[in-house]
Design a protein around this ligand. Structure first.
Ligand code: HEC
Length: 131
């Protein structure tokens, strides 16, 4: 028992240190950190190859001004690009198709469930920042 004491003391100190770091702004990463994470993932996960962030149309729709905008869908309905819609578009890319864009194309690269919840949170924060 005795020889484990230093190790557990070290662990306790580490836990304290970690909780102290995250403690200042409440739980989870700060909004700015999420946006930065999303911007990085936008490049890393190749979203950048199909989505522009400056308003121009590439293979897919631009992300500029996307959040809370009205999106026309290929089935003739329309929807508001809220968090739930953005989340679904990332986790299950073929669930809905934006009018005028090829259906199923995004899914050839971004497979359903490929992105983690944490990655989706970052990407949504990034899209929200693109006004
Ligand atoms: C191979 C090209 C391609 C890649 C790579 C790609 N997308 Fe897409 N994406 C599309 C196309 C095309 C659409 C529009 C058709 C549709 O709704 O499926 C789209 C639609 C979307 C939409 C809905 C946009 C809107 O205007 O309503 C979101 C959100 C989205 N993609 C997020 C992402 C994210 C996040 C990534 C990277 C992890 C990504 N996409 C990577 C092609 C791509």
């Amino acid at each position: 028992m005795k020889q484990f004491a230093p190790a557990s003391a070290l662990l306790a100190a580490l836990a304290l240190l970690l909780s102290a770091c995250g403690g200042a702004a409440g739980n989870g990463p700060s909004p700015d950190a999420l946006v930065a994470r999303g911007e990085k993932l936008y490049e890393e996960k190749t979203c950048a190859g199909c989505h522009a962030v400056d308003g121009s149309t590439l293979v897919g729709p631009t992300w500029k001004g996307l959040y809370r905008s009205e999106v026309k869908l290929a089935d003739g309905t329309s929807t508001t690009a809220d968090e739930a819609y953005l989340r679904e578009s990332m986790l299950d890319p073929s669930a809905k198709t934006v009018e005028g864009f090829p259906s199923g194309l995004m899914e050839t690269v971004i497979k359903p469930g490929m992105l983690s919840e944490e990655e989706v949170d970052g990407l949504i924060a990034y899209i929200k920042s693109l006004r």
